[in-house]
Design a protein around this ligand. Structure first.
Ligand SMILES: [Zn+2]
Length: 230
């Protein structure tokens, strides 16, 4: 990875990408945002809408590229710079190469799915007919914190829900009668080995709900990766 970050103009674009990411979080989607700049103007904005739109194609970068292409009247996005809060996944990195975007500024790294050097380095692959220059770490801490806060909140909601369900089951148990046995069965279900059960509350459920490697890395690791890069 190479490239010098020119603040504060670049910071302004990354802040807008962060603003986009927050829209995703408001809809319950993982907060990832993206903007595309051309000659000092933003020509495309996007935020992760995978859950909202129920499609894996609705990543922030793809949506921003769609808008930018429409604005440019061209599938090529030459002379544009992309600002994205999280290192692009294989799909988005592929699209960046296809669109010939010359420069990508990345907020923080994605150690489990990033394709600008973390898992693969699709943006700097010499065999392709296009390579993008990348800069990593602009507003990195903020981008990373946004993700870890989102997942913290998600885990909390799940824990609260579970606690609520348990309380509900106990109340029903107290009520006695025919329901008692059934409820006992469900609250004592030995479905998982004990060790797994305790661990499963957070991460495993999170992955199940999230259903994307982009989301596995968030608690902890990516902020570390980010700081290293900074
Ligand atoms: Zn993507």
């Amino acid at each position: 990875m190479s490239g010098t970050i020119q603040q504060p103009i670049e910071m302004k674009y990354m802040k807008e990408a962060i603003r986009q990411a927050k829209k995703a979080a408001a809809l319950g989607d993982v907060p990832i945002g993206c903007v595309i700049e051309y000659q000092g103007k933003i020509i495309g904005r996007g935020y992760n809408r995978r859950m909202a739109d129920k499609t894996v194609l609705a990543h922030a970068e793809i949506l921003a590229m769609k808008k930018a292409c429409k604005k440019m009247g061209d599938w090529r996005l030459e002379d544009c710079t992309m600002y994205v809060t999280l290192e692009p996944c294989p799909m988005c990195a592929g699209a960046i190469v296809q669109a010939r975007i010359p420069r990508v500024v990345i907020g923080c790294l994605n150690p489990k799915a990033g394709c600008a050097g973390s898992v693969l380095d699709l943006l700097h692959q010499e065999g392709f007919n296009h390579q993008a220059e990348t800069s990593v770490g602009l507003c990195g801490e903020e981008c990373s914190r946004m993700l870890s806060d989102f997942f913290k909140e998600l885990r909390k909601k799940k824990a609260d829900k579970k606690a609520g369900e348990k309380a509900g089951a106990k109340d029903a148990e107290k009520a006695g009668g025919n329901g008692t046995e059934k409820i006992r069965t469900s609250s004592q279900l030995p479905v998982k080995p004990v060790g797994q059960e305790g661990h499963g509350d957070g991460e495993e459920d999170l992955q199940g709900a999230a259903d994307d490697p982009r989301q596995e890395e968030q608690p902890g690791t990516d902020s570390e990766a980010c700081q290293q890069e900074l």
